[in-house]
Unconditional design. Structure first.
Length: 107
């Protein structure tokens, strides 16, 4: 899976299958979040990569920014040959992110 940018790999892997890891499922189902699988798919299909983690111990991964039903969603995912692993997902907070929710605030 080399020679392509990470977002192309994400989309190709997602087209095959999406695997939601246990941590992602727990985060999605928190009452204050309620992020659906449709929300995740929409972010992957229409969003953009805002951080790239080529050295991640789980394999090359990235942070995808997406908007669905007027909510900003962040999805951390890792493309594999046979599927896209959804590592976690959350609603970004104004405490940690600038107003665009694409740039982390400096600590």
């Amino acid at each position: 899976m080399t020679g392509k940018n990470i977002f192309d790999l994400v989309k190709e892997s997602a087209a095959k299958r999406i695997l939601f890891l246990p941590h992602a499922v727990r985060q999605m189902s928190k009452p204050d979040r309620m992020i659906t699988t449709k929300d995740i798919r929409h972010a992957i299909e229409n969003g953009e990569v805002i951080e790239d983690y080529p050295e991640d111990t789980r394999g090359h991964s990235c942070l995808v920014f997406g908007i669905r039903t007027d909510r900003v969603i962040h999805v951390v995912c890792s493309p594999k040959d046979e599927y896209l692993a959804i590592i976690t997902t959350y609603l970004p907070s104004k405490e940690d992110w600038n107003n665009d929710f694409k740039t982390r605030k400096k600590s």
